[in-house]
Design a protein around this ligand. Structure first.
Ligand code: BEZ
Length: 326
């Protein structure tokens, strides 16, 4: 928490002195649908903030891209038109490339290890870049588990993905990974994925298992490849413009409660990821488990590209080694 407060203090000096507290009706946007872990965490954050402020503050949550896609929401945060968001680190990494290092293939051995990396001082320290680079204050990290591949055709080796249109979340680290693999990565926002897979616009998708299960992506696939190849971090954000108008007390309460609720998503995935994997496996689709070897030279190629693009990749690798289990 001390690190976060220091980060915010720096941002605050640049932005404004503290203002007296007054009642606020905050708006919080996210792209995930109502049943998603992130959306539920956002609602729990709003409820706890209302309680902690004796009803002075409220948070209205706008899920499922109601306020626009993440790029649009980030712009709204910058102008102060939107107060808060729970957002993929992917979107932030488009403007602050250091964050791309969090997507290093096989940085985490499993979902619990991913959580330990995101809770490290190194990862938290990266949030200090956000006010200057993106006009937002980052309160802490959440997660959407590890990434898997769902394919309309058989996948026995990485060559089976060669030249295949494979849906990705639109951002550079994942684009570089699938380009290195020789697939044809196809950037596509979340709401368009189900239809694209169903009608064959894409041959495969890169996705987390919560949504493979809850949004039934497996229905239009032949093969589920459990690769666990990347973590998928999320970040809790407050508009720096809105932040500058808050009292010190409100900043402290909001940063503490938002950090707590985004962090709670890490525990949710640690607890539930295996159950979703089991349910997907039981659908009767071909289920393949692969490891780093499956991806051949693509992992090293990615590391070479991103050691140039991100200054923290080496440090995060050290954190990964320190927090790995024996
Ligand atoms: C995706 O783009 O795959 C995604 C975005 C937010 C949450 C989960 C998945």
């Amino acid at each position: 928490m001390k690190i976060m407060i220091n980060a915010f203090a720096g941002a605050a000096i640049a932005l404004a002195s503290s203002a007296p507290g007054f009642a606020e009706e905050f708006r919080l946007g996210l792209i995930t649908p109502p049943p998603h872990v992130w959306t539920k965490a956002a609602e729990a954050f709003g409820a706890e903030l209302a309680e902690a402020s004796d009803g002075e503050h409220s948070v209205t949550v706008f899920p499922a891209r109601q306020l626009g896609n993440e790029a649009e929401m980030l712009q709204q945060l910058q102008t102060g038109a939107l107060d808060m968001a729970f957002m993929t680190v992917a979107e932030v990494s488009n403007r602050a490339p250091d964050f791309g290092a969090l997507y290093a293939p096989f940085l985490a051995d499993d979902v619990a290890h991913a959580g330990r990396i995101l809770r490290s001082d190194t990862a938290k320290g990266m949030l200090e870049q956000l006010p200057a680079k993106t006009g937002v204050v980052g309160t802490g990290y959440g997660m959407a588990g590890l990434r898997q591949i769902v394919s309309r055709g058989a996948v026995e080796s990485a060559e089976d993905l060669s030249g295949k249109k494979l849906r990705i979340t639109p951002f550079d680290p994942i684009l570089d990974f699938y380009n290195a693999l020789g697939a044809a990565p196809t950037p596509m926002p979340l709401p368009d994925v189900y239809d694209a897979l169903a009608n064959g616009q894409v041959d495969a998708i890169d996705m987390d298992v919560e949504l493979i299960w809850k949004l039934k992506y497996y229905e239009h696939a032949d093969t589920i490849v459990q690769s666990d190849h990347m973590m998928f971090p999320m970040v809790g954000l407050v508009s720096a413009k809105v932040w500058s108008g808050l009292s010190e007390e409100d900043r402290a309460t909001i940063s503490e409660l938002m950090a707590k609720h985004v962090d709670s998503t890490i525990d949710s995935y640690v607890e539930m990821e295996q159950g979703w994997l089991d349910q997907v496996r039981e659908t009767g689709k071909t289920y393949v488990e692969v490891d780093e070897d499956f991806f051949g030279a693509a992992v090293e190629e990615w590391n070479a590209i991103w050691s140039e693009k991100s200054s923290v990749l080496g440090e995060l690798r050290d954190v990964s080694a320190e927090t790995a289990e024996d």
